[in-house]
Write a protein that binds this ligand. Structure first.
Ligand SMILES: *Cc1c(COP(=O)(O)O)cnc(C)c1O
Length: 351
């Protein structure tokens, strides 16, 4: 089938080897682009993935009005494609945009962008066993102007590419008690580029000390756990699933939310509350805490094997397929792959 868009042919590129994918390396040949100007969105369309023409005075480059999402599409055994939790990603996208004084993207436009891109580049969506198609919706201030202001012009783009199904190696992480990712009243709950830029330096320092990532703590006295790197964090304590309650310095992860729902369905008790660094220290020492893991779209669960707290190392014992984190990951995979019924309406199915 030859796809024709606006009298233009869809771009084609040679497919990478799906059995040797690397996260973030391959981008499919097309993207979706819509423009906001004079108070409204144009209809947007799929265009070949290519460099943009952008003014050096585009406001986003200077004052940081830029927001993104990270989500995935999966090819099921019957050949249809599931886009996972599009509605919830869209809600979060608009919450982030609101915090950054950027105009909302209507659901129709968001949905259309995902569907049209995935349909156009559907042969770039790997079969479930080989991985998934990562979708990157994002928006930034494109208006040309060098005075500080809220922009009046924006671009909304979605591109994507095939990524491997990661089986993440257990990580060493450092509880960060000096730097902060997010502050009360700040932008921590928004998925905006600036949060990432600000996190690089402390993460680099932690790497120099032999850790893979940091565990962020609250910015006032660093006594409470918030997130793990660019993921939410979960613990298993005496068989219960424990995760920090949401507030404005914690990002409301879609994976976090999904795993909480699946845990409850599996009869696992879930506690969302404040978790102190001390509780983690004591819990690992006396064996109450048996699992610690990051949760996010990229890997679903990222096991943690070693936690550094103020110069002292706390080690978790080896994980097995009986670990609660893997039971949760499997439950999620079964829904995304279409192997089990989608009881919550999480999949947007594209034929
Ligand atoms: C994106 C992100 C997460 C994970 O969210 P998911 O929707 O599960 O992928 C967690 N923390 C931060 C800071 C993030 O940017």
């Amino acid at each position: 089938m030859e796809l024709v868009m606006k009298n233009r042919k869809a771009a084609v590129k040679p497919l990478p080897d799906f059995s040797a994918l690397e996260f973030g390396k391959y981008i499919s040949p097309n993207m979706f682009l819509a423009v906001y100007k004079d108070g409204e969105w144009n209809e947007g369309s799929v265009v070949p993935f290519a460099n943009l023409s952008l003014s050096p005075a585009a406001l986003a480059l200077h004052y940081g009005q830029t927001v993104f999402e990270g989500m995935k599409a999966f090819k099921t055994a019957n050949g249809s494609i599931n886009i996972f939790r599009a509605q919830r990603h869209w809600e979060r996208f608009n919450n982030s945009l609101d915090r950054m004084c950027m105009p909302p993207v209507p659901f129709d436009l968001f949905e259309k962008s995902l569907k049209e891109l995935v349909q156009t580049d559907r042969n770039w969506v790997p079969d479930f066993e080989d991985g998934s198609f990562y979708l990157r919706p994002f928006m930034f201030a494109s208006e040309e102007r060098f005075g500080v202001k809220i922009a009046d012009e924006y671009m909304f783009i979605v591109f994507g590419g095939p990524v491997p199904s990661l089986y993440a190696e257990p990580l060493s992480v450092k509880v960060e008690t000096h730097f902060s990712r997010a502050t009360k009243g700040g932008t921590g709950y928004a998925k905006c580029g600036g949060n990432y830029g600000a996190a690089f330096y402390p993460t680099k320092k932690a790497r120099e000390e032999g850790f893979d990532q940091v565990i962020w703590t609250d910015s006032s006295d660093h006594g409470f756990i918030e997130e793990s790197g660019t993921m939410n964090i979960m613990f298993v304590e005496n068989g219960k699933l424990l995760t920090p309650a949401l507030h404005d310095s914690i990002l409301d992860g879609v994976t976090r939310n999904s795993l909480i729902m699946l845990a409850k369905q599996l009869g696992i008790q879930v506690d969302e509350r404040a978790i102190s660094v001390n509780e983690v220290r004591q819990g690992i020492k006396n064996g109450d805490i048996t699992e610690v893991f990051g949760v996010g779209t990229a890997a679903v669960v990222a096991p943690i094997k070693r936690i550094g707290i103020e110069g002292e190392d706390f080690l978790l014992s080896k994980y097995s397929s009986d670990s609660i984190m893997y039971k949760l990951k499997n439950a999620l995979d079964e829904i995304r792959s279409g192997a089990k019924p989608d009881l919550y309406g999480w999949n947007m199915v594209i034929d």
